[in-house]
Design a protein around this ligand. Structure first.
Ligand code: GAR
Length: 204
């Protein structure tokens, strides 16, 4: 069984959905580590409550981004991590880090990429006034919110939509499609060639 780490910075609602999917057997992989970059993140508490090993490495405790990431990689190797899931992790990883895990890092983004990249995907979608919104799950490459897209789900934005209701709808989709996509990865059913990702009927 593959081992994976989830990186978090915030409330950890996606992390909770992933924990539940591991518990129910939907994701057949071991969630071996939760790595957090904020000591006060709610996500850290959720991981602890679920009895998952946690590690909190804060960027500003390190002299350089390189030394910070070097420590992360050392820990991931110690834990025997095969792949990484970014669930609301708000730091941009360097090309060095991504090269260490090529097509082995999955991210959830709260917009239909390539629209509304960055840290405020939901707010930017709302403010722009698009008629559709949605969620993207993608592999991480060395450009922000750019790697090969694995899954997207869109929905119509209603005229009555508020920022809060949009946020709620986006999170509900994230909690459904992110665990599903991680499950496919864990089964070896995602085949990447260039920017295209195929979902295989059987593991490769
Ligand atoms: C999620 O909406 C996720 O899509 C977003 O952060 C939120 C984390 O919520 N990620 C990004 O914007 C990445 N660019 P959570 O901590 O409750 O899972």
């Amino acid at each position: 069984m593959l081992k994976f780490a989830v990186f978090v910075s915030g409330n950890g609602t996606n992390l909770q959905a992933i924990i539940d999917a591991v518990k129910s057997g939907e994701i057949q992989a071991e969630l071996a580590l939760v790595l957090c970059d904020r000591r006060k993140a709610l996500a850290l508490k959720k991981a602890e409550q679920a009895g998952i090993k946690t590690l909190c490495l804060v960027r500003k405790d390190y002299a350089t981004p390189q030394s910070y990431e070097r420590d992360i990689v050392i820990s991931l190797k110690e834990f025997g991590i095969d792949f990484i899931v970014l669930a609301g992790y708000m730091k941009v990883l360097s090309a060095f880090f991504i090269k260490t895990y090529p097509n082995k890092i999955l991210n959830v983004h709260p917009s239909l990429l390539p629209s509304f990249k960055g840290a405020r995907g939901i707010k930017d979608t709302f403010t722009y006034g698009t008629k559709v919104a949605g969620v993207t799950i993608h592999f991480v490459d060395d450009k922000m919110d750019h790697g090969p897209i694995i899954a997207q789900e869109a929905f119509k934005v209603s005229e009555k939509e508020t920022l809060e209701s949009l946020e709620k709808r986006i999170h509900a989709i994230e909690h459904k499609i992110f665990p599903k996509t991680i499950a496919l990865y864990a089964q070896g059913r995602l085949k990447v060639s260039g920017r295209k990702v195929k979902i295989l009927d059987k593991p490769q």
